[in-house]
Design a protein around this ligand. Structure first.
Ligand code: GUN
Length: 293
């Protein structure tokens, strides 16, 4: 079994981005800029946005976090989106989800200019991804594709089972693995909460991607010998042996499954860091596309 060390690879990619930014600066140009819009006090969202800010500063990007109270109106948030759309210094921006329940997430996401939508959530970018056209691919599936690519994992003709159909991970993941590309060219089965015989289907997978958000859901009986297992989940579970009182686990029961796999991502340190670098890669792409215009 080989660990797919996302943390180490993310470090390598960040160094590559750093070198590109140094080149940009030495050419006398401004660095790329990413803005994050954060509404309310959701704990995980604050952590994610803090991490994105830190990542930007590490690679030399400009970044900004625009914070709003839970009570901000949708109209005010829309004004901010419009301002960012029109700001030539901003290459890409994200509106951190979830938004408070009085807002229509989809309406906000659709107001983001597609060429600045580095999350890849706008329907234009989702459509482009489905058609294999150049756009932005959401960070988690993009990071997983990069992880497979840089480990030269052969996906051609393999059976890839994706557990989950969220618009952020499961749906785009299934599209990308089925594409005529490398990585890609898989026979893809997308499974979800209504799937019959989920265990039996997973047990046939050459590549199993778990993105359902249920801690330790994938057990030994669901994994074929020699499978590649990608664990997108990250949950806190109580652990009184730790000083913090908790530990992080994925959707895969790592201890039970690891010895059966040819490759497996750890949690933490697998998909998470790759997701973070994919957002930086998207922002760099947005920057270059804006420079070309
Ligand atoms: N909330 C959880 N993940 C994400 C993400 O990738 N982008 C945004 N905007 N919100 C999120």
């Amino acid at each position: 079994m080989q660990l797919l060390d996302g943390k180490a690879l993310a470090g390598t990619i960040r160094n590559e981005i750093c070198a590109e930014v140094a080149q940009i600066i030495s050419n006398g140009q401004r660095p790329p800029k990413l803005v994050a819009v954060l509404v309310g006090n959701d704990g995980p969202s604050q952590t994610y946005v803090g991490a994105k800010e830190k990542d930007c500063s590490e690679v030399g990007f400009d970044s900004e976090v625009l914070r709003f109270s839970e009570e901000v109106s949708e109209a005010e948030l829309m004004d901010t989106v419009e301002r960012l759309n029109g700001d030539p210094q901003v290459d890409g921006f994200i509106v951190q989800l979830p938004l408070p329940s009085h807002m229509n997430d989809q309406r906000i996401l659709e107001a983001i200019r597609p060429d600045k939508d580095v999350d890849g959530f706008h329907p234009e970018n989702v459509g482009k991804m489905a058609l294999g056209l150049e756009g932005f691919v959401p960070a988690t599936p993009a990071g997983i594709v990069e992880l497979l690519k840089r480990h030269a994992i052969d996906t051609e003709g393999k059976l890839c089972v994706v557990i989950g159909r969220s618009s952020i991970v499961g749906m785009p993941m299934a599209l990308l693995m089925g594409k005529n590309a490398q990585p890609g060219n898989c026979t893809v089965v997308q499974t979800h909460s209504r799937t019959k015989d989920l265990k039996g289907i997973c047990a046939q997978a050459d590549i199993l991607i778990a993105a359902l958000g249920r801690p330790c859901f994938v057990g030994e009986e669901m994994v074929k010998d020699g499978a590649v297992v990608i664990d997108v989940g990250i949950s806190r579970i109580e652990d009184t042996s730790r000083k913090s009182g908790f530990r992080l686990v994925g959707d895969v029961d790592f201890e039970a499954v690891a010895n059966k796999c040819s490759y497996i991502t750890p949690v933490p340190g697998g998909v998470g860091p790759m997701t973070r670098t994919a957002l930086l890669q998207n922002t760099l792409q947005a920057y270059y596309r804006h420079q070309e215009k």
